[in-house]
Design a binder for this molecule. Structure first.
Ligand code: ZN
Length: 299
């Protein structure tokens, strides 16, 4: 039998360490079931067709259960209803903020485990990130029902059919990126800001570390309890954040460019082998929306 004993990266106890998804399993499952080919590709190894999302041994089963409880809430209350077009008014409780904090913490711990990113931050930012990590670990373990002091923001994306901004700067995969990709990052800026970015298909979760409560984001903050009416959302996003999304979409385009010819042929084969999935798949909707923008001369 394989020995999976190790130290849990949340509670610090020695235990059997579970294999867990970096992106929640329900997101990976949804992505696969609504894609044309029924497979997903990992941005790090685009040439490998995967059945399952990226997994890593991080937590004991007790801690894994803390994460999965709030994931279940988010999946049933927010993610699935929104992606099915059935979410008109979201009435949420403290579990929404907990889910956001759990996602941020999972990303921080994962990056630590693979030693990624730490040396790209200034020492001041690194200290702030370490402080936030400690705070978030205590918050998550304690199963507190209060909100934590690092503000979580939730942004619901959808297809863009008529871009208002200078559209020449929009990448040609903007709709694919906004609605179909899973993407996570710890983002820092030269001006000394830092936040955790988790994009689960059409839903973006931001957890702010520096500053803890950002200005210029309006209508997106997650409170202890609240209500969001999808049709009456008054949202203000800073221009820099929109630029950031465009940059991420461009990075995804570059990754796509790295897929070998052999793999592209395999993707095309999948595409035609799954013709019944093509019509009406979420991939196709995003692709067509990008085509419409292009036709408007906007890309
Ligand atoms: Zn644990």
């Amino acid at each position: 039998m394989v020995n999976n004993k190790g130290i849990c990266k949340l509670c610090g106890k020695t235990s059997d360490i579970q294999l867990s998804h970096i992106i929640p399993a329900f997101v990976v499952k949804y992505q696969k079931s609504t894609s044309i080919t029924g497979y997903i590709r990992n941005s790090k190894e685009p040439n490998l067709r995967q059945q399952d999302g990226e997994k890593y041994r991080l937590f004991c089963s007790n801690c894994e259960a803390i994460f999965s409880n709030v994931e279940k809430y988010f999946s049933e209350t927010v993610f699935m209803p929104y992606h099915s077009g059935l979410l008109h008014t979201l009435n949420y409780d403290y579990r929404l903020g907990r889910f956001c904090a759990c996602q941020a913490l999972r990303k921080i711990i994962y990056n630590e485990a693979i030693s990624e990113g730490a040396n790209s931050f200034s020492s001041t930012l690194l200290k702030s990130l370490q402080k936030a990590t400690k705070f978030l670990k205590d918050y998550v373990i304690s199963e507190a029902k209060s909100q934590n002091e690092y503000a979580n923001h939730l942004i619901f994306m959808d297809l863009i059919d008529n871009a208002m901004m200078d559209s020449h700067s929009l990448p040609d995969n903007i709709n694919m990126y906004l609605t179909r990709t899973m993407d996570t990052a710890i983002v820092s800026s030269r001006s000394g800001k830092l936040f955790i970015y988790n994009k689960l298909c059409k839903i973006i979760i931001l957890t702010f570390v520096v500053p803890k409560k950002p200005k210029y984001f309006e209508g997106t903050r997650v409170f202890g309890t609240g209500s969001i009416t999808m049709s009456k959302r008054d949202i203000v996003l800073p221009f820099n954040f929109l630029r950031f999304l465009i940059d991420r979409a461009n990075i995804h385009n570059e990754i796509k460019g790295k897929i070998s010819d052999k793999q592209m042929a395999a993707i095309e084969k999948d595409f035609f082998a799954n013709e019944d999935r093509v019509v009406g798949s979420e991939d196709t909707k995003a692709f067509l929306a990008d085509e419409r923008l292009r036709a408007l001369g906007q890309l």
